[in-house]
Every structure is written in C-alpha cells, then in structure tokens.
Design a protein around this ligand. Structure first.
Ligand SMILES: [Zn+2]
Length: 276
C-alpha cells in the first residue's frame, strides 16, 4: 500500500498540506494517526475524546472511518503500534478501496515508521517552516520566548533529518513557504514524487474528502481552508525581524530545508522572475 507520511515540527503547516493532498481523488488524509494509535480504552471511552471533530464534519463516534477505528481500538490495547497500524490499514482499504493512498501527518518519528518503510511504499515529505515564521507562531500560541525558539527549530529539524538519513529513508524536502506561496507548482512536483497526476481540486483544501481528526483546528474552519494562503503575520513583528541577525548561521540551513525547490527551480531556470 502507498502511504504518504508528513514529517516535521509542530506548527509547520502540515494540516493544510494534508487537506490539499486529500482533495486529490486518489488520496485520503487521516491527520495525526500516531496520536490516535497511542490512545487507550480509557481515552476511547472518554466523552470529550470521542467528541473530537473530524474534518468530514462529524465527530469520532459518527465519522465513517474513525468510528470503525474506535470499535477496533477496544481490542488492540496490548498490540504494538505497527500492528495497530496494520489493522487501521485494513479498515482503510475496506472503506476507501485498495488503491487509495493514505496521508499520515503525524510529523514526529513514530514507532511504526520503519515498519511502514519495510512493508509498504512509503513516501515521506519532510516539511519545514521558515524559522522566523515558525518561532513567531510558537511564541504567539505557546507564549514561549521568541529569541530562544530558533535553537529549538534547528535542534528538532536536525534530529528528524538525521533519523531519516541514518535509516536510509527517502524523503521529499518541502518548505511551507514554497507550498503556500506557489501551491500549484509545488503540488505538481509533489504529485510527481508520489506518482499521481496533479488535480486542480488540490488547490481547494475545503473540498478534501479526508478524515483529519487531529492537528490544527483550521481543518474545520471553512474560511481558512477555502484556498491555500500564506500566513504572513510574522512579517509585522519587530521581534521576528531581528531573528535573522541574531541567528546569522541559521540562515543557510533555513534556505536549504525551506526553499530547496525554489532554489533548484531558479538554478534550472536562468530567468529571474516567474520561476515557480
Ligand atoms: Zn470523518
């Protein structure tokens, strides 16, 4: 089975990417699967947990896919994560069909990742957000000191990359900025990597037929998912504009992981404008 795994830090724009991919007729996004697989019977019996809203518009108890998983979860308590995942894949194929491609936007290094690589066609997208924009989001949402966040951004991205490289996992590097600013070009490139034809519907994540139950709340906000738009709020922050000067050595790593497709296209295309 073909599985797309979105790997990256929290708040890197994975939910909107998951939804855009899921708007393709051959792809279904399920959001952060690892967080659901970690849940135990107590969680699944908890009223608050089962009321989590799915991007299909229903809650866990009513959703076509997650209600089936919930029923199964009562039996898989003692199973390791990769076996739980196989059960999930069986339910996925029986509901959506054998040929559908699944998107898992768990982002972290999940305990089942190497088994997926061994047993399935795994397509990893390594998604990174510009460190100025990422630090600003975490600063605003979690009230963390913006001036220390670039260090965390570097450390966690390096850790993910070194895991992928050490284990010989092939991945597609993608910047949130490239994706949100040039969605059509980037989604076409991603489709080539995944092995499907690009479809215009992907530019309208609201049309996604995915069942994303975890991740950014934007999944159930119709305004935010109508089109892929770049969130540029950080540009008006004085603190964020100081970061590239305070962290000069980070700029080249940032360029490498966030703008690789843009820079490659600029190199291939000697013209300066309209590159992507
Ligand atoms: Zn659903």
């Amino acid at each position: 089975m073909k599985i797309i795994y979105i790997c990256g830090l929290v708040h890197s724009g994975s939910t909107i990417l998951d939804m855009a991919l899921g708007a393709h007729s051959g792809i279904v996004g399920l959001g952060e699967i690892s967080r659901i697989l970690k849940a135990d019977q107590r969680n699944f019996s908890n009223r608050e947990f089962t009321k989590i809203h799915c991007s299909c518009g229903k809650d866990m108890l009513e959703c076509l896919f997650w209600s089936e998983i919930r029923n199964k979860a009562f039996l898989w308590e003692s199973q390791p994560a990769s076996l739980r995942y196989e059960e999930l894949l069986t339910i996925f194929s029986s509901i959506f069909g054998e040929n559908k491609i699944l998107v898992d936007s768990s982002k972290e290094i999940s305990p089942y990742l190497l088994d997926l690589h061994k047993n399935h066609k795994l397509k990893i997208i390594f998604l990174a957000k510009d460190f100025r924009s990422w630090s600003y989001s975490i600063h605003m949402k979690k009230k963390k000191n913006i001036f220390t966040l670039p260090l965390r951004w570097r450390r966690e991205n390096k850790k993910l990359l070194s895991f992928l490289e050490k284990n010989g996992l092939d991945y597609y590097p993608l910047g949130y900025e490239e994706f949100a600013l040039y969605p059509k070009t980037i989604l076409s490139l991603l489709c080539r990597y995944i092995g499907v034809q690009f479809e215009e519907n992907m530019l309208r994540p609201a049309g996604s037929t995915s069942h994303i139950i975890r991740g950014n709340r934007a999944r159930s906000d119709p305004d935010k998912i109508q089109a892929i738009r770049y969130d540029s709020r950080w540009m008006t922050s004085n603190k964020a504009s100081l970061l590239p000067f305070l962290y000069l050595p980070l700029n080249s790593f940032n360029k490498k992981i966030v703008f690789s497709n843009y820079l490659k296209s600029r190199k291939e295309n000697n013209r300066h404008e309209g590159l992507l």
